[in-house]
Design a protein around this ligand. Structure first.
Ligand code: ATP
Length: 328
């Protein structure tokens, strides 16, 4: 392995997600394993501009593998969108002797990393951390699995009330542009219908499906709705619309909100974070740069950052069919 890299910086950027801490821990300990130094950069790119750095050794990441959020804090930085901001960040890294950067975040953070690499020829490596699972080049982003478990757990609880009172519950989950959470958690929680941004189900079909469900003898129903679903009504407008057309339904709305982002990471996310951190550091030591480390068919795989940013992570359309069959 190349020994020109002596010190690696790690930061978390954009929205936090469960598993980020496990990834930080993995990066820090892999650096120690290979006898190189590691610097934690606080508050994402903003901390890079302000020189908010801290030396991190293997003991500085004790007891965080199970913690949600990120001990390094996360931020969105307007200053990093400017050349002056990035220049200042570069000067700080050089002054601190940091030779390469691991960026844990979403596609916006990867765009920042790519711009930084292009401008300064600075080695960067991305780890996908977002609950939305909307990044090309990885079947799972850090936090997605945990978020699914959280959502399913919440819907299980909602179902108790739904069935006790013969109600229809509209449950809104995160996903402005991607329906991965809605689709997977919807199937896992046995939802009647799932509305996602990628597919225009149509209001007529939704009403028809609810009519059929009532006629088939179901006493309660759950509809899972991604924030950015294509139907074009927010969840409360949708409630009003269904009530007008199907007065036989007693409807309640539940918006799960930020609870989906937090919490202790699932075992899957902890293992994934550990694997991605090892690969990110070792790839840098092999002289690689400008890649995202992801997982495809259970193998850790590198995707050029440019592709990870521009590519689209498609939903699995077979899941739509599975959902249809399950709600017969
Ligand atoms: P999430 O999925 O939670 O939104 P994200 O990584 O996509 O995470 P963004 O807010 O889009 O979050 O991006 C995080 C930060 O990356 C921005 O605040 C900004 O500092 C930096 N960034 C994004 N796009 C660019 C760009 N074109 N040039 C420079 N920096 C950028």
């Amino acid at each position: 392995m190349s020994k020109t890299i002596k010190k690696i910086g790690v930061l978390t950027s954009g929205g936090d997600s469960p598993g980020m801490n496990a990834a930080i821990r993995s990066v820090v300990r892999t650096c120690a394993y290979h006898d190189i130094e590691c610097i934690g950069i606080y508050r994402g790119y903003q901390g890079m501009i302000e020189g908010d750095f801290k030396e991190m050794g293997p003991r500085s990441v004790n007891n965080i593998v199970n913690k949600g959020g990120t001990i390094l804090k996360s931020a969105r930085s307007k200053d990093f969108m400017t050349v002056e901001g990035r220049k200042k960040a570069h000067e700080n890294l050089v002054a601190a002797g940091v030779d390469a950067l691991v960026v844990i975040g979403g596609d916006g953070s990867f765009t920042g990393a790519e711009v930084f690499n292009n401008e300064f020829g600075y080695p960067v490596m991305g780890i996908p951390g977002t609950i939305d699972n909307d990044i090309f080049g990885t079947s799972h982003t850090l936090g997605f699995d945990t978020a699914l478990n959280t959502v399913v757990d919440c819907i299980d609880k909602i179902r108790d009330t739904a069935s006790s009172h013969n109600r229809l519950f509209l449950v809104e989950v995160m996903g402005r542009d991607a329906g991965h959470i809605a689709l997977n958690a919807g199937i896992g929680a046995g939802a009647e219908e799932i509305l996602i941004p990628e597919e225009d189900l149509g209001l007529d079909r939704l009403l028809e499906s609810l009519r059929r469900s009532k006629a088939s003898g179901k006493s309660s129903s759950i509809v899972v709705i991604a924030e950015g679903d294509k139907i074009g009504k927010n969840v409360f407008e949708l409630k009003d619309y269904i009530e007008e057309n199907l007065p036989e339904y007693d409807i309640r709305v539940s918006v799960l909100g930020h609870m989906q982002r937090g919490g202790s990471p699932s075992c899957f996310d902890r293992v994934l974070a550990s694997r991605l951190g090892v690969k990110a550091v070792e790839s840098i030591l092999e002289g690689k740069s400008n890649f995202m480390v992801g997982i495809l068919n259970d193998k850790i795989a590198l995707t050029p950052l440019e592709q990870a940013i521009k590519g689209h992570s498609e939903i699995d359309r077979e899941l739509l069919r599975v959902s249809d069959i399950m709600t017969i």
